[in-house]
Design a protein around this ligand. Structure first.
Ligand code: PEP
Ligand code: MN
Length: 349
């Protein structure tokens, strides 16, 4: 259910509606919009009684028929735009977000070398793996807390917002403390207890699409986080499993317009895991921006041939710079902009 408030409803009236919903034993989710606030109700099975329509400031009470509610455009018409303390960068909205960095943080030297080059090319987000979900238990598992400390130094030095993955409750607590965005990886997209925990911590959550997840399942993962009160969720298409074997995964760009239609949440595209092939990353990045994605998440490495993970899909820094230049030109054609900000200046100093 959704309570649509009148445009002129006061904060007190919105508060009273929320309290009324909570008194009925449900959860209230106020979602402010440009025109009016809507209050989502979760925890109910079917109709919510209690004469909500009669409360001051209420315009109407409507049923949301979709399984996902808080993630749906029915609840919030305007695109969600996520801001950060560390910089002017945003995810969602007219400006494209570019999240770049190595699959794994391997050393302080490696991380800084890549971050400086990414920042110089104009990336405002740095992403590196500290806790790696690897297919083999014998593969490099990440530097853990040490990597988080290195990335915090990068944020301080270059003004980049830090994105990194949490794989379990312990790493989630650490990532939430040290990073600006918590990534939930493809393999954990339906780890419902982890999603709920991510919903109870304050940082935005970037959810990668599961290897065989449908659109509904993908949006339900976002709903899990939002149902706990964290509405700053970012979706990321990273390729799905199909029969084709010319790429590591099949990058399903058609999910982008589908998500844009159904949800107000930002959707990014990861052409690195989506193709697994360095040569495919630039073409698919162009396509991602052209089809309406809110940005890209891309792996960059200064020595990909020596990378401890995902070297074959990592761009060389020069290739990344070229990509930024191209995306900057494609962006205005689709009504977007790719601001390359202070991070560029910080890296040049
Ligand atoms: C990653 O981002 O490095 C990663 C492991 O991605 P995914 O969860 O999409 O496989
Ligand atoms: Mn990777």
């Amino acid at each position: 259910m959704l309570v649509v408030m009148k445009a002129q409803a006061t904060p007190e009236e919105i508060q009273a509606v929320c309290e009324h919903i909570e008194q009925l034993g449900y959860r209230a989710h106020p979602m402010p919009g440009a025109q009016r606030t809507a209050v989502g109700i979760t925890g109910n099975q079917g109709e919510v009684g209690g004469d909500l329509e009669d409360l001051p400031g209420v315009a109407e009470v409507i049923r949301v028929s979709k399984a996902y509610k808080l993630a749906s455009r029915d609840v919030k018409r305007e695109d969600t735009v996520i801001g950060f303390d560390v910089s002017e960068a945003t995810i969602g909205g007219p400006n494209l977000a570019v999240i770049a960095g190595p699959c794994s943080i391997e050393s302080r030297e490696q991380a800084f070398a890549i971050a400086e080059q990414a920042a110089r090319a104009g990336a405002r987000f740095f992403r590196g793996g500290a806790f790696k979900p690897r297919t083999s238990p014998y593969a490099f598992q990440g530097l853990g807390l040490e990597a988080l400390r290195i990335m915090a130094e990068i944020r301080a030095a270059l003004g980049m917002a830090i994105v990194t993955e949490a794989i379990d409750p312990e790493s989630l607590a650490q990532v939430s403390e040290w990073a600006d965005v918590v990534q939930i990886g493809a393999r954990n997209m339906q780890n419902f207890s982890l999603l709920k925990l991510a919903g109870r911590q304050p940082k935005p959550v970037l959810i990668k699409r599961g290897l065989s997840a449908t659109l509904d399942e993908f949006l339900m993962a976002a709903e899990y986080v939002m149902s706990e009160g964290n509405y700053r969720v970012i979706l990321c298409e990273r390729g799905i499993r199909t029969f084709t074997d010319h790429t590591r995964n099949t990058l399903d760009l058609s999910v982008v317009p589908a998500i844009k239609r159904l949800s107000h949440l930002p959707i990014l595209v990861d052409p690195s895991h989506g193709t697994g092939k360095r040569d495919s990353v630039l073409p698919m990045s162009r396509a991602a921006i052209a089809c309406g994605a809110d940005g890209i998440l891309v792996e960059v490495h200064n020595q990909p041939e020596k990378a401890l993970s995902d070297g074959p899909q990592s761009l060389y820094p020069e290739q990344f710079a070229r990509m930024m230049h191209e995306l900057e030109q494609i962006a205005p054609i689709v009504g977007r902009a790719l601001p390359r900000g202070a991070q560029r200046e910080a890296a040049a100093r």
